[in-house]
Design a protein around this ligand. Structure first.
Ligand code: PEP
Length: 249
């Protein structure tokens, strides 16, 4: 059965000390339900945040990693480093990485491989910009991102992937996809997985939603049959708001 997941993407926010306090606040409130809760922190926070995590359903993640295993890549952070800091998850292909840092699906395919080789779970982001949705191209956009970023994986490899559907027009804008829009495209994503890897793998893949998710709209979004949780930006920076989303399941 697929996991219910709520992952917080802290982005480039909080000092290490603030991150410790935020993680403590979340850890205190996590109550061991069937929801997997993940804190995706800046790299330099990972080790310290790991020390604050004591609940069985609370996990650590990074927001990116290098497409190289190791070596002379000044300023980069490898998947092995992320793993050794205590993380289990890595966000890959966030729209901010795609648009500000030029990350392509082919680069992301390399990162996915390296992340899996290091026994980390990729949270692979897909999603269309507003122009693409207005032109009715949103299904084709996410399918292409999946084809090029993920569909070179073997079935056992793909079984380890989490997909985050994040309409770029909803990220940090206060505009949320409606529950109907989310369900519609999550079903397209699941059907696309089924066409490539079969219905059993598709049924077992968690597909989470991201884009201005808050305690007030989480319940409606998560009640859809193909929405398995959320990737949360702004609201993950406040322990009460974040846990309000977790408990919306
Ligand atoms: C995100 O950046 O992954 C995100 C979903 O941000 P927000 O919740 O702030 O829209």
């Amino acid at each position: 059965m697929r996991k219910k997941i709520v992952a917080g993407n802290w982005k480039m926010n909080t000092t290490v000390q603030e991150g410790i306090e935020l993680a403590k606040g979340v850890n205190d409130k996590v109550s061991g339900s069937d929801v997997t809760v993940i804190l995706c922190t800046p790299f330099v926070h990972l080790t310290e945040v790991k020390r604050q995590i004591s609940k069985e359903t609370l996990y650590l993640g990074a927001q990116n990693c290098s497409d190289h295993q190791s070596g002379a890549y000044t300023g980069e952070v490898s998947a092995a480093m992320v793993k050794s800091a205590g993380a289990d998850y890595v966000i890959l292909g966030h729209s901010e990485r795609r648009s500000y840092y030029g990350e392509t699906d082919s680069l992301l395919a390399d990162k996915v491989k390296i992340v899996l080789e290091n026994n980390l779970t990729p949270i692979f982001c897909v999603g269309e910009v507003l122009k693409e949705r207005e032109a009715g191209k949103h299904f084709d956009v996410v399918k292409k991102q999946m084809n090029e970023g993920l569909f070179n994986l073997s079935a056992p490899e793909f079984s380890k992937i989490v997909i985050a559907y994040e309409p770029v027009w909803a990220i940090g804008t206060g505009k949320t996809a409606t529950a109907e829009q989310a369900q519609e495209i999550h079903k397209v994503i699941r059907d696309h997985i089924a066409a490539k890897y079969g219905s059993e793998i598709a049924e077992n893949t968690s597909v989470i939603y991201g884009g201005s998710c808050k305690p007030s709209n989480a319940k409606e979004l998560f009640s859809n049959p193909d929405v398995d949780g959320g990737l949360i930006g702004g609201a993950s920076l406040n322990a009460d708001d974040f846990m309000g989303i977790v408990t919306a399941f």
